[in-house]
Design a protein around this ligand. Structure first.
Ligand SMILES: [Ca+2]
Ligand SMILES: [Ca+2]
Ligand SMILES: [Ca+2]
Length: 219
């Protein structure tokens, strides 16, 4: 009589080798999922940081446009029409015009870069935010008078915008040489205002935002 044989593999379950392969595969899959989640979180973090920085830059640009609207070309100091434009600009706005057409100008206001809080111009990241020698944009009203007032409009503007080297010349090909995070440049009657801000994402990646606009100046 033929002896009945049983399928030992079927009843004994998985072999050690199979279990070991399964655990390895599961580990790989879980690792991939964790990596994917981490990357997704970082991508979302970067998106949020970028959106916030763009909002900040846009709002400051609007404020700068408001400041510079109506300014006279002759009242711009220094003359920002060179290749390097200007990173500090002093200006006056018309506040009255007499019947004879004589314009009364406001006291001087100034937009200028200053070292950011806790930062010194020394090639070192003094405030530990991951950026070296970053600037802030400062608006000064009533320059040189008893009523002089300072307002910081924006923090975290780079010493030189990415793509621009500290050698003379327009390395990033945007028409301005050696520009910092704030620059104004006059071409004809058009005053172009450029902003660049930098932030760090949660994982420490650099997020750079550029924004620019232009204002027509009076003669
Ligand atoms: Ca810093
Ligand atoms: Ca520094
Ligand atoms: Ca440039």
């Amino acid at each position: 009589m033929k002896k009945r044989t049983s399928d030992k593999r079927g009843t004994a379950g998985f072999s050690l080798l199979e279990v070991s392969i399964a655990i390895t595969l599961l580990g790989t899959v879980l690792g991939s999922v964790a990596l994917f989640q981490h990357r997704s979180q970082e991508a979302v973090s970067e998106m949020l940081v970028r959106a916030r920085a763009e909002g900040e830059a846009r709002a400051v640009l609007d404020q700068v446009v408001q400041e510079l609207t109506g300014v006279g070309r002759q009242q711009l100091t220094p003359n920002p029409s060179g290749n390097a434009g200007a990173e500090t600009i002093t200006y006056q706005k018309p506040i009255a015009v007499s019947n004879a057409g004589v314009v009364t100008w406001s006291p001087n206001s100034r937009l200028a870069l200053a070292m950011d809080d806790g930062e010194a111009d020394n090639g070192v990241d003094d405030d530990g935010d991951g950026f070296i020698d970053e600037r802030r944009l400062v608006l000064t009203r009533n320059v040189g008078t008893a009523a002089q007032q300072f307002v910081t409009l924006l923090h975290g503007l780079p010493e030189l915008v990415p793509g621009e080297a500290a050698t003379i010349g327009d390395d990033n090909g945007n028409g301005v040489s050696d520009e910092r995070g704030f620059n104004v440049q006059l071409v004809g009657d058009l005053l172009t205002v450029r902003l660049c801000v930098q932030r760090r994402s949660q994982a420490g990646n650099i997020v750079t935002v550029f924004a620019q606009t232009a204002v027509v100046v009076n003669n």
